[in-house]
Every structure is written in structure tokens, then in C-alpha cells.
Design a protein around this ligand. Sequence first.
Ligand SMILES: [Zn+2]
Length: 80
Amino acid sequence: MKNGQCPKCSSREVYSSLENGGIGDGYSAHVLDGDSMVPTRKWQTLLCATCGYYENYLLDEVKIAHIVEDPQKAGWKKIS
Ligand SMILES: [Zn+2]
């Protein structure tokens, strides 16, 4: 998708939100952190204008680092 081609329909009509959001439930995305969901505006959406498929990328380095630091405490697990 980041190469400008849709992985579902192979179209090259792929658009990227510029910054601070894209497709979501509101002006924030919410990241699981232990017992709470912590809001962030740092994500980007890539959208295929042909089939409607989209992908979201979390760009919040602080929140990603927190998950990597102690995944279990944050409610995540690494896929091996
Ligand atoms: Zn597509």
C-alpha cells in the first residue's frame, strides 16, 4: 500500500492522509495501554479510491515505544 498500489485490487488510485488522522472514529485514534485506551492524533490512513480498502498506521513513537517496552503490561503481545 505504501508503494502506491492497493494489495487487494491492484489499483494505483491510492491516497494518503497528510497528517494527524485519516479514517477513524473521530479526531483521535485510541491505543490500548493496560486498562485504558489512550487517545492520539498521530496516525495516517492510506486509502484505495477504487475498492475502498484502507490501512491505518500509528505514527505515535512514544506510544509504540511504550508497547515495545512492556507488551504484556500494555495489553499487547509480539507475534512470532
Ligand atoms: Zn483497492
